[in-house]
Ligand binder design. Structure first.
Ligand code: GLC
Length: 795
C-alpha cells in the first residue's frame, strides 16, 4: 500500500493519506532548538538536549506513538462540530476529512479539508532562533459564511527534565506556573528562582504568542482543557467552545489560546503562533515584534529551505532508478545530516534517554555527509579526537556542550569498547580527502584525559590500543563490546571483526605515513599488519566462512560445529573490506553470507539466531529471534555487505542487497515496513520472526551515513582522494548510464558515465572536457567549474 510520494524537485516527501501505519516524523530546528514533528503534528521540542532541557512533552511508547504535539483544533461556532488541522488527534472519518503532509528539510506542512474549510499548518524553527513557528492558514472554501474558533494546544515538560517530568510527579507537578503577560502566555518551572536570560539551559521559561487575530481566551491547566476524563480526541473545552482564562500555579501546564474568526466564502485568515525560550520580557516581546507577522514568517521559511537545500548542491545524481535517486539526493542525505546532528538522542523512539554523542556512532556519522559538510565538520571531528583517551581508546560518550579535553576522567577499563577509535580511520581520511587539508594530520590535539598528540599520533595510539590488548591467539580483545553492543568478550575473548578493522586501520596509517615519508612508521604498520594477518589466518577461517570470536577458554564462535551464530555477517564482509581475505576466501565467504543470511528484507546479522549461547558472550540472546543483534536484519552492516560485493566487482549483487533494505523501495508497500519509507532504520525483523519485514528505530542510525557512503562511493564510485576525484563505479549491469553533479574542492563537476557493454565495473576511458586521460582519476590540476567528466565503462 502506498501512503505518499517523493517530490525531489521540492525536496519533500508528501504523505498523501494520513492513516500511515505509524506516525511518520520529521525534524525541525537545529542543535540549539530542536524539534520532532509527525504527519499528525505530534512530537516534542527541546533546547540542546532532549533529556535535560525538554520544552514540549511527548508521552513515550503510547498508541499512537506521537502524542501530544502541536495541535490546532477548529470548532464551528454554529454547528458545534470540531476537528483538528492534522487528521489526529480528533481523527474525523476519512471519507469526510482529507489531509496531506509535506515533510521538507527543517519544516513540515500539513493540510486538511473538512466541511468546507481548508487549512494549512506550517511548522519550523527559524535559523539561529530559539523559538518555533506554527503558521495556520484557514480558508472558507464553501458558499456560506463561517464562524470558527481555533484553539492551540501543546503540553510543556515540567522542570525541563525528561525523567523528572515523566516519573517524579511528587515533585515536578508543584514547580510549574503559567500566566498571561504582555498579550502572550508565560510559562515557568521554578518560577521563583532567579532567571538569567543569558543561560537558556537553566531557564525553564517559555512564552507563547498568537498573532493574526484577537486572543479571546487562554487555558493553562491541562485538565481544564481536556477534562478529567476527556482526551486529545475530544477535549472538553473544544466541545464546549470556550476557555476559562485560568492561570495555574502547579500541575501540568499547556499552551492553549483561543481565537475566533469569521470567514466569508472564499476568505482566508493567517495566524502566527510563536513559542520560544525565555520570558516575554527577555525574549518574547522582542521576538514577536520582529518576527510575528506573515511576511517575516514566510521569509524565514524561505531561509530555512535555502540553508538546507544549499547543502544538497554538493552532490546530485541521476540514475535509471528514481527510488535510488530520491534517497541519495534528498532523503538519505537529510537523514544523515539529522543523525549527525542528533546522534541517538531524540526521535519518537529515542525519547531522550540517550544524551551526548556516542563515540563510535558519531565518528561513523561523518562518513555519508563529508561532501556536504566539508570544512564545517572539522570542529566536530576535533571534538571526537579529543574524546580519545591517552590509552588510544575512547570515552563512550562525548557531551558536546560539556566537554573539557585534558580534564575528563579516563574511562574505566571495563568501559572501553574495542572498536571506538578505529572508526577514525574512515572519518579522518575522508575529511582530508574532501578538503585537501593534509596539514590536519599535524594538528596537535589534547586527549580527553591527559597529554596530547598530533592527529596522526592519535591515529597511531588508536591502533596501539588494540594491539596492546590481545588475547591468546594474538587477536584484539573484544572488551565491553565491538561494533556489536551485545558482543561481550572482555579482556580475554577476541573479536575477529576488530582484528579486521585493525588491519584496515594499519593499512590506512601506512598510506598516510608513506605520503609524509615516515619510513619507520611505514615499516611499523606493515609489520604489525603482517603479524595480525598471520594470526587471523591461523585461527579464523573455518573453510567456508570466517568465525566471529574466540572465548576466554579458547572456544571458537561461528564455526560449522556451532548450532547457533554459525555464520556472522560482519566478519565475512570485513574480511573483504580489510583486504585480509584471499581472493578465494572472499568469494566463498560472500557466497556463504548469501546462502545463510539473505532474506527479502536484507541480510541477517547472523544465523541461526541465538537461543542458548550465554549472555556473557553474546548478549543478543536476550532479543527475540530475528531482530536486533539476535539474527535480526541490522541495517547498518547491510552497507558493508554492499561495499564488500562492490570490492569484488559484483555490481548486481551489491545493488540487490542495497535495494533489499532501501526505504524508498518499500514506498508502494509501506504497510510491510510500517515506518517512514523515506528514512533508514536500525533494524528489521527477519523472516524467522512472526513480525517479518517490519522495520524499527527510524531516523537516528549508523545505517544512514554508511548507506549514503556506499551508494555514492561504492556503487557510483565517486571517491574523493587527496590528489583528485577517483571514478570507479560498480553498478548493476543493466544500467546503461548515470550522471552525477559533484562539487569537489569548490569546483562543480558534471560527471557522465556510459555503460555500453553492460558491465558492472572497470573504467575503459576517461575524458575531461573531451580530452582522453589515462587511468580513472580526475587530478586536482584538471579541476575547474563546469568540468565535463565523461567515463566509459568496459573491459
Ligand atoms: C546500535 C548502537 C551502535 C551499535 C549497534 C550494534 O545501533 O547505537 O553503537 O554499534 O547498535 O550493536
Amino acid at each position: 500500500m502506498q501512503f505518499g510520494h517523493f517530490d525531489d524537485e521540492a525536496k519533500e516527501y508528501v504523505v498523501d493519506r494520513p492513516d500511515t501505519p505509524r506516525p511518520w516524523s520529521n525534524y525541525l530546528g537545529s542543535t540549539e532548538y530542536g524539534a520532532i514533528i509527525t504527519n499528525h503534528a505530534g512530537g516534542f521540542s527541546f533546547y540542546r538536549s532532549a533529556a535535560l532541557h525538554r520544552i514540549l512533552r511527548l508521552r513515550g511508547n503510547a498508541v499512537p506513538l506521537d502524542q501530544p504535539g502541536r495541535y490546532f483544533y477548529v470548532r464551528d461556532r454554529d454547528s458545534g462540530d470540531y476537528w483538528s488541522t492534522s487528521w489526529q488527534p480528533v481523527g474525523k472519518p476519512l471519507d469526510t476529512y482529507s489531509s496531506s503532509c509535506r515533510h521538507g528539510m527543517g519544516y513540515t506542512i500539513i493540510t486538511s479539508e473538512y466541511s468546507g474549510v481548508s487549512t494549512e499548518s506550517t511548522y519550523f524553527v527559524p535559523l539561529g532562533q530559539t523559538f518555533e513557528y506554527w503558521r495556520l492558514k484557514l480558508k472558507n472554501t464553501g458558499k456560506a459564511p463561517r464562524r470558527l474558533s481555533v484553539f492551540t494546544y501543546c503540553e510543556f515538560a515540567n522542570v525541563g527534565h525528561l525523567i523528572n517530568d515523566l516519573t517524579n510527579l511528587q515533585y515536578s507537578l508543584f514547580v510549574s506556573k503559567a500566566e498571561a503577560r504582555h498579550g502572550m502566555v508565560a510559562f515557568a518551572s521554578h518560577p521563583h528562582q532567579p532567571f538569567d536570560p543569558a543561560d537558556l539551559r537553566s531557564a525553564h521559561r517559555y512564552w507563547m504568542n498568537v498573532a493574526g487575530a484577537k486572543v479571546v481566551g487562554i487555558e493553562t491547566l491541562r485538565e481544564r482543557f481536556i477534562g478529567n476524563y476527556g482526551s486529545y480526541e475530544r477535549p472538553e473545552a473544544v466541545v464546549r467552545g470556550s476557555l476559562s482564562n485560568f492561570e495555574t500555579a502547579g500541575e501540568n501546564i499547556i499552551g492553549t489560546q483561543q481565537v475566533d474568526v469569521e470567514l466569508a466564502p472564499g476568505e482566508s485568515r493567517e495566524l502566527i503562533v510563536m513559542l520560544g525560550l525565555g520570558t516575554p520580557e527577555s525574549h518574547g516581546v522582542a521576538a514577536v515584534r520582529e518576527f510575528g507577522n506573515p511576511e517575516r514568517c514566510e521569509a524565514e521559511l524561505a531561509r530555512v529551505k535555502q540553508s538546507w537545500h544549499s547543502r544538497l548542491e554538493a552532490s546530485w545524481i541521476k540514475t535509471p532508478d528514481p527510488e535510488f535517486d530520491s534517497m541519495v539526493n534528498v532523503w538519505n542525505a537529510y537523514n544523515s545530516l539529522i543523525t549527525y546532528a542528533w546522534s541517538r538522542a531524540a526521535s519518537t523512539i529515542y525519547n531522550g534517554e540517550r544524551d551526548g554523542l556516542g563515540y563510535r556512532d558519531t565518528v561513523q556519522d561523518f562518513l555519508g555527509v563529508t561532501p556536504l559538510l566539508k570544512e564545517d565538520m572539522r570542529p566536530r571531528l576535533e571534538l571526537m579526537l579529543t574524546g580519545q583517551s591517552a590509552t588510544g581508546g575512547a570515552m563512550p560518550l562525548v557531551r558536546p556542550f560539556d566537554h573539557h579535553p585534558g580534564k575528563e576522567p579516563s574511562p574505566r577499563p571495563e568501559e572501553y569498547r574495542s572498536d571506538d577509535a578505529l572508526w577514525l580511520f574512515h572519518a579522518v581520511p575522508a575529511y582530508v580527502a574532501e578538503t585537501g587539508e593534509l596539514d590536519f594530520y599535524h594538528k596537535q590535539l589534547p586527549y580527553a584525559d591527559e597529554g596530547s598528540a598530533t592527529v596522526l599520533g592519535h591515529l597511531r595510539r588508536a591502533l596501539e590500543f588494540n594491539l596492546e590488548r590481545t588475547g591468546m591467539n594474538g587477536l584484539p580483545c573484544g572488551l565491553s563490546a565491538d561494533w556489536n553492543d551485545c558482543c561481550k568478550l572482555g579482556y580475554t575473548g577476541e573479536s575477529v571483526m576488530v582484528a579486521f578493522q585493525v588491519c584496515y586501520g594499519l593499512d590506512v596509517y601506512r598510506g598516510i605515513a608513506q605520503r609524509f615519508e615516515l619510513a619507520a612508521e611505514v615499516s611499523w604498520a606493515k609489520e604489525q599488519r603482517a603479524k595480525l594477518e598471520k594470526a587471523i589466518q591461523a585461527v579464523c577461517w573455518d573453510g567456508d566462512w570466517f568465525i566471529w570470536a574466540t572465548g576466554k577458554d579458547g572456544t571458537k564462535f561461528g564455526t560449522k560445529q556451532m548450532e547457533e551464530g554459525k555464520v556472522y555477517l560482519n566478519t565475512q564482509v570485513w574480511a573483504v573490506i580489510s583486504g585480509v581475505a584471499t581472493e578465494a576466501q572472499a568469494k566463498r565467504a560472500l557466497e556463504s553470507t548469501k546462502e545463510a543470511l539473505a532474506t527479502p528484507y536484507g541480510l541477517m546479522l547472523c544465523a541461526p539466531p541465538f537461543e542458548k549461547t550465554p549472555r556473557h558472550v553474546m548478549d543478543g540472546v536476550v532479543y527475540n529471534k530475528g531482530i536486533k543483534e539476535n539474527g535480526g536484519i541490522f541495517n547498518h552492516p547491510q552497507a558493508w555487505a554492499v561495499m564488500a560485493e562492490c570490492l569484488m566487482g559484483n555490481g548486481d549483487q551489491a545493488y540487490e542487497y542495497y535495494r533489499a533494505y532501501m526505504p524508498s523501495a518499500y514506498n508502494t508497500r509501506a504497510e510491510l515496513r510500517e515506518i517512514e519509507p523515506y528514512v533508514h532504520s536500525q533494524t528489521t525483523y527477519a523472516s524467522v520472526s512472526p513480525n517479518a519485514g517490519k522495520s524499527r528505530v527510524p531516523w537516528l542510525t549508523g545505517t544512514a551515513s554508511w548507506s549514503l557512503f556506499v551508494a555514492v562511493q561504492s556503487i557510483l564510485g565517486i571517491v574523493p582522494e587527496v590528489d583528485g576525484l577517483r571514478i570507479d563505479p560498480c553498478i548493476p549491469r543493466h544500467w546503461p548510464r548515470f550522471e552525477v553533479t559533484r562539487v569537489f574542492r569548490g569546483k562543480r563537476l558534471e560527471i557522465r558515465v556510459e555503460n555500453p557493454a553492460s558491465q558492472s565495473r572497470g573504467v575503459r576511458q576517461l575524458r575531461l572536457d573531451g580530452k582522453v586521460v589515462a587511468g580513472n582519476l580526475v587530478p586536482l590540476s584538471a579541476l575547474r567549474d563546469g568540468l565535463v567528466v565523461e567515463v566509459t565503462l568496459g573491459a
